[in-house]
Design a protein around this ligand. Structure first.
Ligand code: 4NP
Length: 159
């Protein structure tokens, strides 16, 4: 089993969207028995909250349900339990790297590393912006989700 964890600051906008998009892709490809997904935040600000209403609305428009997700905070066992620990921006990466045991640091990567054609390296925080921020974020996440699945196939699933 390959385990993927998406991480942002609050775990209510970017990382639950990434989790929803990626798990839908995994299930579309029939790989739900080979790949598991989860998401969390580096902060404790929204523990137990559902994804932001605007993130849920954008995802629903695109046929991706996020309504079952609940925010949680990163915990030490995540660095051993997951194979990929993917931060949405550099601040997430800095916080994760500071907490991650050195032996697992290679798991901590920027999610957009899997979208090499993207002109930016970070998924921008849409929390304080307007609705179009969520649409923009969704497009970036979809591109990286496809690249991530290709990487998992290459390194873990292909014979
Ligand atoms: P996220 O967005 O990290 O993509 O979930 C945010 C959510 C909440 C806050 C900041 C960013 N906040 O300040 O509460």
């Amino acid at each position: 089993m390959v385990r993927v964890l998406f991480v942002c600051l609050g775990n209510i906008c970017r990382s639950p969207t990434a989790e929803g998009v990626f798990r839908a892709l995994v299930s579309r490809e029939g790989l739900q028995d080979r790949i598991t997904t989860d998401s969390c935040g580096t902060s404790d600000w929204h523990i137990g909250d559902p994804p932001d209403t605007r993130a849920r609305a954008e995802a629903r428009r695109r046929g991706i349900p996020l309504d079952d997700l609940k925010a949680r905070q990163i915990q030490p066992s995540d660095f051993t339990d997951f194979d990929y620990v993917l931060g949405m921006d550099h601040q997430n990466i800095e916080r994760l790297s500071a907490q991650c045991p050195p032996a697992h640091l290679d798991k901590v990567r920027l999610f957009l590393d899997y979208a090499p054609d993207s002109p930016v390296r970070e998924v921008p925080d849409p929390y304080y912006g307007g609705e179009d921020g969520f649409s923009n974020v969704f497009d970036m996440i979809e591109a990286a989700a496809n690249g991530l699945l290709a990487d998992i196939r290459k390194h873990h699933l292909d014979a």
